[in-house]
Design a protein around this ligand. Structure first.
Ligand code: XMP
Length: 454
C-alpha cells in the first residue's frame, strides 16, 4: 500500500464522520487494520452493486441492485474491526463498508461520476443522514470568506493575473479584485487566435463593466510570425505557449512590486495534478496557466478557485456580476483557433475561420435545441475543391462544422442537428465567407475521434 501523506491518521479516530471513495476506502481499511489484496486483473468500468445491508443510512432510497462505476486494482478482503460489509459486486466482495458507531464509511466504486446511477443519493445520504451537515452553504458566504482570506494573505502586496477570455481566469480575477481592488493588475495578451469579437468583449467586460485594471497587449503580429510555416499541431501549441509566457513575463516585469500570480486553478486540476496519468493533460494546459513563471519571477501563487468545480465557478461568476457570455463561454483550447486551422496559420485563413465559426455559433445559439449542444465550432481544413458559384468555377476551402453533446468533454457524441439548421449554416457560410465553397458536418463521436480536429 503506497504511503498517502494526505490522510492524517488522527482523523480516523477523531470522531469526524468520513466517507472514503475508492482508494480512500482502501486507505481507511488499511490504516484501521483491515487487509487488501492486489487483483489479478483490475476492475474497470460498469458493475452491478448489490446492497447487502439495506438498513444502512448510506443506501437509503437506493434500489437493491443498481449500476455503479468501478476503477480499482486492489480490493479489501478483510474488514477492520467494527466494520461490516454493506454492499458487493460480482468481482468485489466488499464494495461498501461502514462502522455506524464511528461514522466511518467507504465505497469502492465512484459515486461522484454520472455512470453511477444513484451516486448523488449516496453522497447526499452520507452528508445529511450520517454526517448531519446542515444545508446552509451559499455562494455568497463563499465570496465573503474568500475575500477575507485573500485580504489577509496579500495585505498590501500587488498581484497580477493573465486573462485568457475563459471563465476560470475571469472569475478568479474578479474575485481577487473584489478583495484587493487596484492592487491587482490583469494582463490580457491578444494572440489573435480568439474567436470573432472575443478579444474586444473580454477587454470591454473587464474594463468597462467590472472596472478592473487591464493591460491589453496586442501581440497578433508576433504570434503570426512565430507560427508562420508551422503545420504540426503540437509544435503550434509549444510555440504559442513559449510566446505567451515571454510576452506575459515582459508585461509582468513592467509592473513594480508584484508578489502574487493569480490563477484560475479548479478542483479537478488539483486532483489531476496528483495522478501520474495526468502529465500529458498538464502539459497541454501549461501555457494557459503560465507554467514555470512563478518560480522564475519568484511569484507566489494565489488560486482562489482551487476548491471549486466548473459549475460552481460559473455560479460564482454570476454572483460576482460577470457578463453572461463570459460565464457561459464554451471550452476553448488555450492555443485557440491555431489548432482549428489544419495546416498553416495565416491572417487570411484566420479571417475565414473566424467568420465561418461566428455563423456556426450564431445559428446554433439561436436554435431551440434540446439538448443544446455542449460545444460547437468550425474547423478550417487544408482541403480545397472545385465548386460552381453563379456561372463561374471556384476552387476554394472546405470548412467542417463540429457540434457535440457531452458532460465534460472526456467523451462526446456528435449532435443530431436538424437538417434545416445544417442547411442554414452551410448556405450562410458559403454565401457570406469569401474563400469557402463547401461545408461538411463531422459525425464522429469521442472516442474514437477527439473533440478538436488538430
Ligand atoms: P479533445 O480534443 O482532447 O478536447 O477531445 C476535449 C476538450 O478539451 C478542450 N481543449 C482544451 N481546453 N486547453 C483547454 O483549456 C487546451 O489546450 C485544450 N485543448 C482542447 C476541447 O475544446 C474540448 O472541450
Amino acid at each position: 500500500m503506497p504511503d498517502a501523506p494526505d490522510l492524517d491518521p488522527a482523523i480516523l479516530t477523531s470522531g469526524v464522520p468520513l466517507l472514503g471513495i475508492c482508494y480512500g476506502m482502501q486507505l481507511i481499511a488499511h490504516r484501521l487494520g483491515g487487509e487488501l489484496v492486489k487483483l489479478d486483473r483490475a476492475e474497470y468500468g460498469p458493475a452491478v452493486l448489490r446492497i447487502d445491508d439495506a438498513r444502512s443510512p448510506l443506501f437509503a432510497g437506493v434500489p437493491r441492485e443498481s449500476r455503479v462505476w468501478m476503477s480499482h486494482g486492489d480490493s479489501v478482503v478483510r474488514l477492520p474491526s467494527g466494520f461490516t460489509s454493506l454492499a458487493s459486486t460480482e468481482r468485489c466482495a466488499v464494495a461498501a463498508m461502514g462502522d455506524a458507531t464511528r461514522k466511518v464509511y467507504g465505497v469502492q466504486f465512484h459515486p461522484e461520476v454520472v455512470h453511477t446511477e444513484h451516486g448523488r443519493v449516496i453522497l447526499e445520504n452520507f452528508l445529511s443522514r450520517i454526517a448531519e451537515v446542515p444545508r446552509d452553504w451559499a455562494m455568497e458566504s463563499f465570496v465573503d470568506a474568500a475575500i477575507a482570506e485573500i485580504r489577509e494573505r496579500l495585505g498590501e502586496a500587488r498581484a497580477i493575473c493573465a486573462l485568457s477570455g475563459g471563465v476560470d481566469s475571469a472569475v478568479a480575477a474578479t474575485l481577487v479584485a473584489r478583495a484587493i481592488g487596484k492592487q491587482l493588475t490583469c494582463i490580457f495578451v491578444d494572440h489573435g487566435l480568439l474567436r470573432k469579437g472575443e478579444a474586444e468583449q473580454v477587454i470591454s467586460a473587464f474594463r468597462d463593466v467590472l472596472h478592473l485594471d487591464v493591460r491589453a497587449i496586442d501581440a497578433r503580429e508576433r504570434f503570426l510570425e512565430a507560427l508562420s510555416g508551422v503545420d504540426d499541431p503540437e509544435r503550434k501549441r509549444i510555440i504559442i505557449g513559449h510566446e505567451f509566457i515571454a510576452i506575459f513575463e515582459e508585461a509582468a516585469r513592467a509592473i513594480p512590486g508584484v508578489r502574487f500570480l493569480v490563477q484560475g486553478t479548479l478542483y479537478p486540476d488539483v486532483i489531476e495534478s496528483k495522478t501520474p496519468e495526468s502529465k500529458a493533460g498538464q502539459k497541454i494546459k501549461s501555457h494557459h496557466n503560465v507554467g514555470g513563471l512563478p518560480e522564475r519571477m519568484h511569484l507566489e501563487l494565489l488560486e482562489p478557485l482551487r476548491m471549486l468545480f466548473k459549475d460552481e465557478v460559473r455560479a460564482l461568476g454570476r454572483v460576482l456580476g460577470l457578463p453572461e457570455p463570459i460565464v457561459r463561454r464554451q471550452p476553448f483550447p488555450g492555443p485557440g483557433l491555431a489548432v482549428r486551422i489544419i495546416g498553416d496559420v495565416t491572417a487570411e485563413r484566420l479571417q475565414i475561420l473566424r467568420d465561418a465559426d461566428a455563423i456556426v455559433r450564431e445559428e446554433i445559439d439561436r436554435a431551440p435545441l434540446s439538448p443544446h449542444p455542449w460545444q460547437y465550432f468550425a474547423v478550417l481544413t487544408p482541403v480545397r475543391s472545385v465548386g460552381v458559384m453563379g456561372d463561374g468555377r471556384t476552387y476554394a476551402n472546405l470548412v467542417a462544422v463540429r457540434a457535440i453533446t457531452s458532460e465534460d468533454g472526456m467523451t462526446a457524441d456528435w449532435a443530431r442537428l436538424p437538417p434545416e439548421l445544417l442547411e442554414r449554416i452551410s448556405t450562410r457560410i458559403v454565401n457570406e465567407v469569401r474563400g469557402v465553397n463547401r461545408v461538411a458536418y463531422d459525425i464522429t463521436s469521442k472516442p474514437p475521434a477527439t473533440v478538436e480536429w488538430e
